[in-house]
Write a protein that binds this ligand. Structure first.
Ligand code: PLP
Length: 318
């Protein structure tokens, strides 16, 4: 038997790396048409999903994390050696740790103590310092603890405060929105996204409505305060984020945890999209909306992939 030794490629020799840092990889995520789960729709209704897990830390949160870091650097609030502090239930912390550690910052996070072991391991591996608050108090409890810590030691931390920081929605205004306009060639008519801080829906939405005021912004929320849709807030029972402007939202659709699980399973089995549960909730709402339209180009944001949720039992349920 002869073994062929691979010839050394000359193609890449002497080339510079294409990207200088992970920050250069944030955004420019793909937009794909949903085929099978949307095949009952009339051909005049097109449903597209924006796959935000293509961001370097695996979620939509890379956009606001980078936006907040760059704004803080520009204002002189962050410099190497300082500590970025915030509360998070996972994705924003993963994004901070991924993008801030390499720039020389420490990352200190307040988290509800019921987050999944996968998330804790990911955050620790990325070098974040973790402090836990009672899970029953949810993301509001973690945010209150972060606020109190920042107030008690003002010189020590840069408190990023994703819920109240306009750099959160501005990141989507400058990146997610223009990408969707370009990817749909300006044809987008409806934007559907879940509400956590509301940065994704309102930042992207402001860019789309600046371009075409007739674009409809559709918010997705859990049906009840106790729910299993990681990343989403039940606004009626939670502390409203400072950046949330309800008047900008045209419609709010409530999705049950069971329906979110069901659509998450269908995205995987029928579309090849192993997405997270909030993506399932958003896709479920987008399908419901699309069912009511005679024509339109609906874009739904899928915030993250399913890998961090694999220990949940719903994947196995019929
Ligand atoms: C999985 C997931 N989905 C949705 C959201 C909501 O995004 P936003 O905070 O921009 O409203 C988040 C935010 O943390 C999230 O982690």
């Amino acid at each position: 038997m002869t073994v062929q030794t691979p010839r050394r490629s000359t193609r890449y020799r002497g080339r510079r790396p294409q990207f200088r840092s992970l920050s250069d990889l944030v955004g420019h995520t793909p937009l794909v048409r949903l085929q099978r789960i949307a095949r009952h729709l009339t051909p005049a209704v097109e449903l597209y999903a924006k796959l935000e897990w293509f961001n370097p830390s695996g979620s939509v949160k890379d956009r606001p994390a980078l936006g907040i870091i760059l704004a803080a650097e520009a204002a002189g609030d962050l410099a190497p050696g300082r500590t970025l502090l915030d509360s998070t239930s996972g994705n924003m912390g993963i994004a901070y740790a991924t993008l801030a550690r390499v720039r020389g910052y420490r990352v200190h996070l307040m988290l509800p103590d019921n987050i999944s072991p996968e998330r804790t391991t990911i955050l620790r591996s990325l070098g974040a310092e973790l402090e836990f608050t009672p899970g029953l108090e949810g993301s509001d409890g973690a945010a209150a603890a972060a606020r109190a810590l920042a107030a008690s030691q003002p010189g020590r931390y840069f408190y990023a405060n994703q819920y109240d920081n306009p750099a959160n929605w501005l990141a989507h205004y400058r990146t997610t929105g223009p990408e969707i306009i370009q990817q749909t060639r300006g044809r987008v008519t409806h934007l559907v996204a879940g509400l956590g801080t509301s940065g994704t829906l309102l930042g992207t939405g402001r860019a789309l409505t600046d371009y075409n005021p007739r674009v409809q912004l559709v918010a997705v929320q859990p049906e009840s305060p106790m729910h299993g849709i990681e990343g989403l807030k039940h606004m009626a029972s939670a502390r409203a984020p400072g950046i949330y402007v309800p008047a900008l939202v045209d419609r709010t659709l409530a999705v049950s945890t069971e329906d979110a699980y069901e659509t998450t399973r269908r995205l995987a089995a029928d579309e090849g999209l192993l997405a997270g549960v909030s993506a399932g909730a958003a896709a479920c709402a987008a399908l419901r909306l699309a069912d009511t339209l005679a024509e339109g180009v609906v874009v739904v944001i899928l915030p993250d992939a399913g890998y961090k949720y694999l220990s949940e039992s719903f994947w196995e349920e019929a």
